[in-house]
Design a protein around this ligand. Structure first.
Ligand code: PMP
Length: 351
């Protein structure tokens, strides 16, 4: 800390990202990446673009990518906003779309970037407890608020809320912006994009980092009413004029053109998730039902920190959140079947 730091900077509590170690000998099941590579068609487009066009600036409006997203989701281009990962899209939303003076509402166990952005943008918030089954109670989100945000499926629990519940919320909360963060929706959730034409205060964010295996490319987007999208463009253009680099724009667009690969890899992840859940239960873990590409679980007897440390000794990295109520839980990303073998042989050694 320097004497030149303002009280504002001193007060910031930054987000701590999951560890990103060198991959050589590790089984990395800690940050919910996809174990399968991106579509070969994406790689082809990226290689061609890298050869031909890196000397040129990218399209500041990401038109090709926006069209690909709009076509895929059956909306118009004016309903699409893109950013460098959904984290950046969320940053713009937090910066400008919530009403100040009233608390932003989100669950008490959720994506830990939300309180960080509240700190950065000076937004008051109220963290609403999940119920005993770690479910979001939609009726708790109806009070006076400056906006509402939650992931569906939620993170790190993996629990999924039915679309009818979100609809119920939107019917009564029509004065402030409601953001549904669908980072994991393709692994078993139901997207709220189908509701954007009915509710002008709804914004849905998605990412290409998980189901489309492009975490390293950094592409995310929001879909909503053109007025909300225009507001996001204004906020973005007050910072930087180039949203995404050339490789990200074209590679991401190409991903939407390979539906077969997308479906095949999502199905493989979902199959492996169910197989892992059964094996964890057999080893005396309590496993929350997951609609995401990770499992949230606790051992009925053994301490989570000890288990995480034991796995680490065997080169297996999982996520352990040292937070109230969930300190005995581990979040384990679904990998390839061969990664599960390494995980389970390590667990059998430790248990
Ligand atoms: N939302 C949730 C719920 C997440 O877990 C993540 C990944 N950490 C993100 C958003 C951000 O993903 P990205 O920036 O890679 O699009």
């Amino acid at each position: 800390m320097s004497r030149f730091w303002s009280p504002f900077v001193k007060g910031l509590v930054p987000y701590v990202p999951g560890e990103q170690p060198k991959l050589s000998k590790l089984t990395k099941l800690n940050t919910n990446e996809n174990p399968y590579g991106p579509s070969p068609k994406v790689l082809e487009v990226i290689k061609a673009e890298a050869n031909d066009a890196l000397r040129l600036y990218p399209d500041p409006n990401s038109d090709v990518l926006k069209s690909a997203i709009a076509d895929y989701h059956g909306v118009s281009v004016s309903q699409v906003f893109v950013g460098n990962g959904s984290d950046e899209v969320l940053a713009h939303i937090f910066h400008g779309l919530f009403q100040h003076g009233k608390p932003l509402l989100f669950p008490d166990i959720t994506y830990s970037f939300y309180p960080v952005y509240c700190g950065l943008y000076q937004i008051p918030f109220e963290a609403i407890p999940l119920d005993e089954a770690f479910q979001i109670r939609i009726e708790e989100y109806r009070g006076l608020n400056g906006g509402i945000i939650f992931p569906n499926p939620n993170a790190p629990t993996g629990c999924f809320l039915a679309l009818s519940e979100i609809e119920r919320l939107l019917v009564v909360n029509n004065e402030t912006v409601v953001v549904i963060d669908e980072a994991y929706v393709d692994f078993g959730g139901e997207s709220a994009i189908s509701l954007v034409n009915r509710f002008p205060n709804l914004l849905v964010t998605q990412t290409l980092s998980k189901s489309r295996s492009l975490a390293g490319l950094r592409v995310g987007f929001a879909i909503g009413h053109p007025d909300l999208i225009e507001a996001l463009e204004r906020i973005k253009n007050s910072f930087n004029s180039y949203p995404l680099d050339r490789l990200a724009q074209l590679g991401a667009a190409a991903s939407f053109a390979d539906q077969a690969y997308f479906e095949q890899t999502c199905a493989a992840v979902i199959n492996e998730r169910e197989a892992m859940a059964a094996r964890l239960s057999a080893l005396d873990f309590q496993v929350l039902p997951s609609a995401a590409n990770f499992l949230f679980c606790r051992h009925r007897v053994r301490d989570a920190a000890e288990l995480a440390a034991g796995l680490r000794e065997d080169g297996v990295i999982v996520r352990h959140f040292k937070m109230p109520r969930i300190e005995q839980y581990l979040r384990i990303t679904v990998g390839k079947p061969e990664e599960s073998e390494i995980l389970f042989s390590s667990l059998e050694r430790i248990l």
